[in-house]
Design a protein around this ligand. Sequence first.
Ligand SMILES: [Zn+2]
Length: 254
Amino acid sequence: MKTFSFEEASDAILEIGKRMYEKGLVVATDGNISVRLSADRLLVTPSGMNKGMLTRGDLVVTNMKGERISGRREPTSEIKMHIKAYEVRADIGAVVHAHPPYSTAFAVAAIPLEECILPEIIVSIGSVPIAEYATPSTEEMPRSIENVVKGCDGFLLRNHGVMTVGKNLLEAYHKLEMVEHLAKITLLTRHLGGPKPLSSEDVRKLYTLRKETDGAPYPGCRMPSSQPGSLEERAELIKLIAEEVSKILKGGQK
Ligand SMILES: [Zn+2]
């Protein structure tokens, strides 16, 4: 289990909060960050404060029920979503949640970033699916992310934003930047005739590389399609053809 000292965790949260705000990945009091201190302690950002202007005294230590153990502020209202991520992923030490404009646009349009178009994304994150919509800060939120966070280090939250996880906070933050960069590139590519996904063979080679580079436990990245239509549409078409062929063959046997 990845844990960090209070000093390490607070320095990292203040630094990453500042970067998130300065890069426009959050505005106003958006977003939240947490780091695992021990099996039953998290250091989290406070509720209702700008993440670019935090001081050490603003951070809050909670237990794994989200109850405040120390600190003068209220913990982030999204604490339960963070706790769920730590519960299902013993390998992670930090969680970041933000509302970056390009990836949030994909989350609002309900379009996952699952096409295999950039090697570095496949190796470091895999694909970026969408967790079902849930009302922020309610019990629905941890339930909505449970299955997705099991297999992915970065994903969209439908009509909401992005969440990323990592062994440490810098890694989780880099994944947030990468998801936003992928969203921006995907959108630009759509104006240039649409992305041309990598071949299945190229993706397989990247999967091998990914295992060697100690990536997330389950890549989850869909195999790209070299033919028009989604994989589901193609599977449906193949099924229909097989049924027709089978009928013809049976007819011929009579
Ligand atoms: Zn949010």
